[in-house]
Design a protein around this ligand. Structure first.
Ligand code: C2O
Ligand code: CU
Ligand code: CU
Length: 462
């Protein structure tokens, strides 16, 4: 009953997080950060945390050009923060480690949204505690809409043909989710577990209209990388990366996603047939393990209910992307993501000194880089051993190259998180918003164990 091997038929209706539309909210959007209990398996409760719900948080819809007031109340008995991952907002609204909300306190913010339609998310970012807080369930989606997204003929009925998928891996004993803990190997590899959980649902199915459907995927796992595909390798269409729509859709058969990344895809189910969205649960070094030993699990069974009405279609053109010109970059910075096992004097491992960027472990009192507001910059990132998802706050970038090669068409969109592998990954972006010394932005590895361990740095934009 609690087996991790999905039975041939999905058994649970996919949980669709409640939608809060900022245009319909007549007051502040209020979320309580709370300890809770969630039933992953019917009748069995696990200890969890959530934003005004037992696990995860509501989906909040925001609009380009508008301001939204949010109030987060921390009902935990420890501090936390609420970072807006992917939002282009100034440092003091960013929710990084300096924005801690003490137990019992509230954090009131007014978010001015000035960016294009995109799927973003919110999650804690407290120094050394991010992995544990996210693992317990603290994460939710911010969907930004703009004129373009509202005018496009794509599917946009939330939870009907426009379906959010927060994909995480967890492990269970007799149906009870294992609380967060890491040993030294799990710190190094990142915490990877064996059971997929989608929007807090195990082994889910969803019923969709006959026609085109849109899935918004977030890899909300602590450390797991995935390769997503449809059963039988049927093609599907990628329409958006983290920061917005691609110029036009790209037909693909599989899609790799590292922690923190979001992608939107569309699938044609007009033949009424059931589809299965699958994922390879990638181990730390997928080349070394080889294809055969990589577990494949079903993420979602997609059933067609012909009584539901379908409206969306796949448009020819989705967006206009005007890339920054590398010749206009005022500066190029280099970052090396490093892992190393170091013995300290008393022969115990100091976790914090194992992870660093450019030789320095994260120090909240040190500013590592200073960017001039309004500048275009190129950042070149590499790593010493394993691949890492590199993320930066405050803006979106375009990939210039990865190990000397230009990005594939499906990766030529706005992003804020990118897999850094062998060679240099080069990205270009413009920093429009201010992040002063008291509230700097972060750049870091989005394997949460590595981030907590110190693979993170701080930068100001002024
Ligand atoms: Cu999703 Cu700095 O984080
Ligand atoms: Cu972020
Ligand atoms: Cu890492």
């Amino acid at each position: 009953m609690y087996s991790k091997n999905a039975p041939s038929q999905a058994t649970n209706p996919l949980n669709i997080p409640r939608l809060i539309d900022s245009r319909e909210a007549d007051q502040d959007i209020q979320l309580k950060i709370q300890d809770s209990r969630h039933e992953f398996f019917a009748g069995v409760e696990s200890e969890t945390k959530g934003f005004s719900q037992s696990y995860l948080g509501p989906t909040i819809r925001l609009y380009d050009g508008e301001e939204t007031r949010l109030r987060f109340t921390n009902e935990l008995n420890e501090a936390t923060t609420v970072h807006g991952h992917g939002l282009h907002v100034e440092g003091q609204l960013d929710g990084g480690p300096q924005n801690s909300i003490m137990p019992g306190d509230t954090w009131d913010i007014t978010l001015p949204i000035r960016q294009e339609a995109s799927t973003n998310w919110y999650h804690p970012h407290l120094m050394g505690k991010t992995a544990e807080h996210v693992h317990a369930g603290l994460a939710g989606l911010y969907l930004i809409e703009d004129e373009n997204s509202q005018n496009l003929s794509i599917p946009k009925a939330y939870g009907v043909d426009d379906i959010p998928l927060i994909i995480q891996d967890r492990s269970f004993e007799n149906g009870v989710m294992n609380n967060y803990s890491v040993d030294e190997d799990e710190m190094m590899d990142g915490k990877r577990e064996d059971t997929l959980v989608v929007n807090g649902t195990i082994n889910p199915f969803v019923e969709v209209p006959k026609g085109w459907i849109r899935l918004r995927l977030l890899n909300g796992s602590n450390a797991r990388f995935y390769d997503f595909h449809l059963k039988d390798n049927e093609p599907f269409y990628k329409i958006a990366t983290e920061g917005g729509f691609l110029e036009s859709s790209v037909e693909i058969n599989s899609m790799r996603m590292v922690p923190g990344e979001r992608n939107e895809i569309m699938i044609d189910v007009s033949d009424g047939q059931t589809r299965e969205l699958m994922a390879n649960l990638l181990p730390i070094d997928d080349d070394f393990f080889g294809e055969l030993s990589i577990p494949t699990e079903r993420v979602l069974e997609i059933r067609v209910d012909s009584s539901l009405e379908s409206f969306g279609e796949l448009p020819e053109k989705l967006n206009t992307i005007t890339p920054w010109d590398p010749a206009d970059a005022s500066k190029t910075r280099e970052f090396t993501l490093e892992m190393e096992e170091m013995e300290t004097g008393n022969n115990t491992m100091d976790m914090h000194s194992m992870f660093s960027i450019n030789g320095k472990a994260m120090d909240m009192s040190r500013i590592d880089e200073q960017v001039k507001q309004g500048d275009i910059e190129i950042w070149r990132i590499t790593r010493d051993e394993m691949d890492h998802p590199f993320h930066m706050h405050g803006t979106s970038f375009l990939i210039l190259s990865q190990n000397g090669k230009p990005p594939a068409p499906e990766d030529q969109g706005w992003k804020d998180t990118v897999e850094v592998g062998y060679g240099w990954t080069e990205v270009i972006m413009k920093f429009e918003h201010e992040a002063a010394r008291e509230h700097p932005y972060m750049y870091h590895c989005h394997i949460l164990e590595h981030e907590d361990g110190g693979m993170m740095g701080q930068f100001t934009v002024q």
